[in-house]
Design a protein around this ligand. Structure first.
Ligand SMILES: [Zn+2]
Length: 97
């Protein structure tokens, strides 16, 4: 999970993690609704394991198809804001100025 954050060519993997995230969000919501099952230890394990995973994905996924994450300021910018690409990834016009 902690690797490949700065591999901009893996756009397919990014979209897959977004899809996975969409499927997990309802689990998180239903987990909080299941408060009446709090006495049930078996219902307590899954949300705990998924949540840590979920938060990691949220940090990684911001760049959409028409967006990119500048490797200098780490902000998500529109593709039109790309100035140039370095080995580490794309640099936005503001950082290149
Ligand atoms: Zn930048």
């Amino acid at each position: 999970m902690a690797t490949d954050y700065d591999a901009p060519r893996k756009t397919e993997d990014d979209s897959e993690s977004i899809e996975a995230l969409k499927e997990r969000v309802p689990d998180k919501l239903s987990g909080s609704v299941d408060a009446e099952d709090a006495d049930n230890p078996s219902g307590f394990e899954l949300p705990g394991a998924d949540l840590s995973d979920l938060e990691l994905d949220v940090v990684v996924l911001p760049a959409q198809e028409d967006e990119f994450t500048c490797v200098s300021c780490f902000l998500v910018k529109h593709r039109s804001q790309v100035d140039h690409e370095e080995k580490a990834g794309l640099i936005c016009v503001e950082c290149a100025a």
